[in-house]
Design a protein around this ligand. Sequence first.
Ligand SMILES: Nc1ncnc2c1ncn2[C@@H]1O[C@H](COP(=O)(O)OP(=O)(O)OP(=O)(O)O)[C@@H](O)[C@H]1O
Length: 596
Amino acid sequence: MMDNQIVISSDDRFADIDSHFRVTAGPGAGKTFWLVEHIKNVLQNTTKLLYTSKISCITYTTIGAEEILNRLGDNLDKVDVSTIHSFLYANIVKPYVHLLKDSSGNMIVNVEDMEGHFENIATQGKIYTWQKQVNNARFISDKKKIKKCLENLDWILEDGDFTLKPRKDYLRKIGKYSIKIEDFPIYKQLYWAEGIIHHEDVLYFSYKILKEHPLILEHISAKYPYMFLDEFQDTNPIQAEIIKWLAKAGTVVGVIGDPAQSIYSFQGASRTDFVNFYLPNQKDYKIENNRRCGKKIVDLLNHVRKNDELIQRSVRNESDYYVHYIECSDDLSQTLSNFHKLRSELGLKNNYCVLTRNNESVKKLKNTELTDIWITLNEADQNRERLLKGLLTAYKLVVDGRNELAVKEVIRSLRTDKNRLIKPPFQDNQYIDDISKRSIAVDLLEFLLNEINQSLNFTLFVFYESLLNFLQSKGYRLKKVANGKFKTTSERSTIQELLDNLILPEEKSTEIRTIHKAKGTEFESVLIYLNDIKEIENLLTPEIDSEVNDDTRILYVAMSRAEDLLCIACPPLEKSYKEKFTNLNIIERQLVTIRV
Ligand SMILES: Nc1ncnc2c1ncn2[C@@H]1O[C@H](COP(=O)(O)OP(=O)(O)OP(=O)(O)O)[C@@H](O)[C@H]1O
């Protein structure tokens, strides 16, 4: 499907801006760079944009959206940059979800209480109610497994029909019982009745709305005559279908991506959906340069990608550092110190990142302990947990340099009902309008920064008391803490513990993170921590086009984040492995003991 590709450079501007297109390019090719220039090019030359219409630019993460907005500079008022979920929520779900009715003609979502979309977290209360309503499920005693199964639910589109089921089918089997597929919608309905919809529901509702009311497509297509989608290799099949409908309705669609960086199969994405993506008269382009990585890194990337059609050329002739490996001891802080020593010897003083597969390894590297504190809090008091999680998330966002998003997060955690009365844990009958919400949100952020910096080791109980006093000084009353589960839990947990266990879905400046959270980024030096010898196999015998798992591609994404220094930390290696590393031009860096 990829024949007839026209080779371009990230500097090229197209004269033909009104054909559908696909750009395929490897890491560091300048896909995002090219996309921003293409948007400017369209803005300058189009005749299709009318007074009310805009270009839609879809990114995979909100950090990606912020980056593109920054790079667009003054060209913002005719471009909407957002994630696909925000786009679909704002343009389809929010305005039209009331059109979806059940068999008795009732709305399937309580629209009045709907305020955004959330992660699917199966609370104890919902699990309890669901179990009461579902025959067999009453007898399942392992609540943790039920929770895992319900939180793994997703809408799977097969031949135009949806099934709601866990992505991993074995999760349905809990002890002797196997949860029936037809019992899952009951769980969703519990949330929808309260106006709560989950991220995955946004795609599902959008598809249903457009399928049942195709006229809406005409309206959206008129509003967005152009739609460009970055990182399209990780697109969900439902999304791809909606994009095709929009193209048919008249929107010029452009998709950009790299099949070798497709790493979200656990969310239903598949590299072949990108490889086979086709729209009538679509133009196919590819970029072969790699402007990010030094020469030896590109050689290694080409080795990992050897089954693929795309071989990259490094254009950074000045950067030719060896790729290194370090065998780890049990003390991971030594591995980190050795990596920093190597950077310093090589004179590499700019940014770096340590990447690893999962959150458990991140915690190991950060030397922090994993606890269930947020789950315990949620079970103790759902409303307080929601408020505190929102506030501490906002605090982390500010520390990450994302102030605007932090303000939004605080506003979101000050939940109001349809009469604008603030919901618990605030006391009853307190009115707040949007302007006051924003202004108290800014005050709250300032309070959080002052308070948390001084009180990391304070208990949550103490913190909550000062939050209560602070809000009171601003004229808002929180409910006082009475004896009970929240009190005992909050007396036992510290703010530090809560922060350590609060993992943001996206991170911008964290130095140790999972590979999935490094998508689209670049650093002067990168250390990849592989804690299993199996992960080394992915480097030695790579399967970049595997349909079975993403492992090689995840490693490829990690390696391709490095500009100058790439260093691999691994378990002690047998001789045969060391020889293979030498053959790949990866050199050993002896671990030495460094006193800190
Ligand atoms: N034409 C260009 N001129 C100057 N710098 C460029 C150009 N194209 C790309 N770059 C730079 O090369 C680097 C890689 O570009 P970019 O981040 O857009 O790559 P990408 O293809 O999106 O990579 P990935 O798939 O790995 O996320 C960036 O630092 C970018 O600023």
